[in-house]
Design a protein around this ligand. Structure first.
Ligand code: UD1
Ligand code: UDP
Length: 377
C-alpha cells in the first residue's frame, strides 16, 4: 500500500528547508507525496518555489498585508480542513516554528493524520523570545508523532520533555541540504538578480550582509538596530552594509525611514535564494536576527553577529563562530568594529564550521519514514 504524505509550509524559511525534502520524497516510489502551501508569505514564498521548481498541489493563498496572529491561525486551521478531507494523508509534515507549523499540526491532528515535525526540539526556554516561535514549536513538538531533530542538543531537549527516544531521529538540518544544492550552482547559473548585485554594489568595499525581521524586535528594537547600522556606515568608509529588507511593514517602515539615505548602506528588496546565497558568500560577515541565516553563515565560514538576547541554536555560539549582540546599539557597533579591525579575532570567528548538518538530512528523514507503518489514530 502506498503511503500518503502531505508536506505543508507557508513562509520563506520553511519553503527553503522543506524544498529538498519534497524532492527526496517525490523520487521515492513508496510514497504519494503532495505539497500544500498556506501562503502565509506570498512573494517571498513564490521566490523559493520558483527556484526549487515546486508546484504546490494545494495553495491556500492566505496572506493578508499586515496580517495578525489571531486571524492567520484561524484561517490556516480552517483552510486546511478541506485539503485534509480530500487527500486523507497518512502523514503530515510540518517544519520549525511558524504560525503555519503550529496551526497545520493542530489541523492534521484533528484529521487523524500523524504529524512529522522537521527541525524539532529547538528551544530557548523563553516564551517571549522568539515570539511566538518558542511556543509554536513546543506545541507542535507535543502534537507530533515523529520528530526530526537537527542536532544532539535538540534531541536532548525532546528527551527532557518526555518524547520517546524511538520517535526521534537526529538528521542534521535540511537547510544544509538546501545550501549545498545551491551554493555550487550559483556560480554557474545565469541569474538576473546576481547580475544586478554585481552591477549595483561595490565589491571593492568590505561587505557586511544584514537581515532582520523578528517580532520581538519590532518597535524600539528595530530603531536601535537601525541606529547601530547607521553608526557603522558613518564610521567606516571602506564598508558597505547590504540589507535585503523583509516585506513586513513593521520592518520596512523603520528601516527605510532611518536608513533610506544613510551612507554606505544599501537597502534592497528580499533576494531570491540563489542571489542571497551568492551574496552571503561574497560578504565578509553577517549581522542578523534570522534563524536560517545563523545556520547557513557558519557553514560558509562567515562570522555572525546575532541581534537577539538568546538563541535556540547554541551550537555555533559554542563553536565561537556566532556572537549574540541583542539589539543593544553599542554592542552591535563595538562587536562589528572589533571584527573589522582585529584580524586574529576575525580569523578565529571565520573558521569553517558546520554544526547543523552534512547535506543528507532529507535522505535520513525518508529512510526513517520508510520503516514507519501508517496506522491512523
Ligand atoms: C514569519 C514567521 C516567522 C519567520 C518569518 C520568516 C510567524 C508568526 N512568523 O514572520 O517565524 O521567522 O516569517 O520570514 O509565523 N509580507 C509580504 N510578502 C511576503 C511576506 C510577508 O508582504 O512574501 C508582509 C505582509 O504584510 C504580512 C507581513 O509581512 O502580513 C507579516 O508576515 P507574517 O508571516 O505574519 O510575519 P513574518 O514577520 O514574516
Ligand atoms: N533569505 C533569502 N533572501 C533574503 C533573505 C534571506 O532567500 O533576502 C533566506 C536565507 O538564506 C535563509 C532564510 O531565507 O535560508 C531565512 O529566512 P528568514 O530570515 O526570513 O526567517 P527565519 O530563518 O528567521 O525563520
Amino acid at each position: 500500500m502506498l503511503i500518503k504524505n502531505l508536506i505543508v509550509f507557508g513562509t520563506r524559511p520553511e519553503a527553503i528547508k522543506m524544498a529538498p525534502l519534497v524532492k527526496e520524497f517525490l523520487k521515492n516510489q513508496s510514497f504519494i507525496t503532495k505539497v500544500c502551501v498556506t501562503g502565509q508569505h506570498r512573494e517571498m514564498l513564490d521566490q523559493v518555489l520558483d527556484f526549487f521548481d515546486i508546484e504546490p498541489d494545494y495553495d491556500l493563498n492566505l496572506m493578508k498585508k499586515g496580517q495578525n496572529l489571531f486571524g492567520l491561525t484561524a484561517d490556516i486551521i480552517t483552510g486546511l480542513r478541506p485539503v485534509l478531507e480530500e487527500f486523507q494523508p497518512d502523514f503530515v509534515y510540518v517544519h520549525g516554528d511558524t504560525t503555519t507549523t503550529m496551526s497545520a499540526s493542530i489541523a492534521a491532528f484533528y484529521s487523524g493524520a500523524k504529524v512529522c515535525h522537521v527541525e524539532a526540539g529547538l528551544r530557548t526556554f523563553n516564551k517571549k523570545a522568539p515570539f511566538p516561535e518558542e511556543i509554536n514549536r513546543t506545541i507542535t513538538g507535543h502534537i507530533a508523532d515523529f520528530h526530526f531533530a537537527p542536532t544532539q542538543e535538540s534531541f536532548d531537549n525532546l528527551i527532557r520533555e518526555g518524547i520517546p527516544e524511538k520517535h526521534i531521529e537526529i538528521t542534521g538540518n535540511t537547510v544544509i541540504d538546501a545550501l549545498m544544492h545551491s551554493v555550487d550552482r550559483v556560480d554557474e547559473i545565469v541569474d538576473s538578480e546576481i547580475e544586478t548585485l554585481k552591477n549595483t554594489l561595490d565589491f571593492t568595499k568590505r561587505t557586511i550582509l544584514v537581515t532582520g525581521h523578528r517580532r520581538e524586535n519590532h518597535g524600539e528594537g528595530f530603531i536601535r538596530i537601525c541606529e547601530a547600522l547607521k553608526e557603522i556606515g558613518d564610521a567606516v568608509k571602506e564598508v558597505q552594509l547590504v540589507y535585503p529588507v523583509h516585506l513586513n511593514p513593521k520592518v520596512q517602515e523603520p528601516v527605510y525611514e532611518t536608513l533610506g539615505n544613510a551612507s554606505n548602506i544599501k537597502l534592497i528588496k528580499p533576494l531570491a535564494y540563489p542571489a542571497f546565497v551568492w551574496l552571503m558568500n561574497k560578504a565578509e560577515m553577517v549581522i542578523t536576527d534570522s534563524g536560517g541565516v545563523q545556520e547557513e553563515a557558519p557553514s560558509l565560514g562567515k562570522p555572525v553577529l546575532v541581534m537577539r538576547d538568546t538563541t535556540e541554536r547554541p551550537e555555533a555560539v559554542k563553536a565561537g563562530t556566532v556572537i549574540l549582540v541583542g539589539t543593544n546599539k553599542e554592542k552591535i557597533v563595538n562587536e562589528t568594529l572589533h571584527l573589522l579591525n582585529d584580524q586574529d579575532h576575525f580569523t578565529k570567528m571565520s573558521k569553517l564550521h558546520n554544526p547543523y548538518g552534512d547535506g543528507n538530512a532529507c535522505k535520513r528523514i525518508v529512510a526513517f519514514m520508510e520503516k514507519v507503518t501508517p496506522v491512523k489514530s
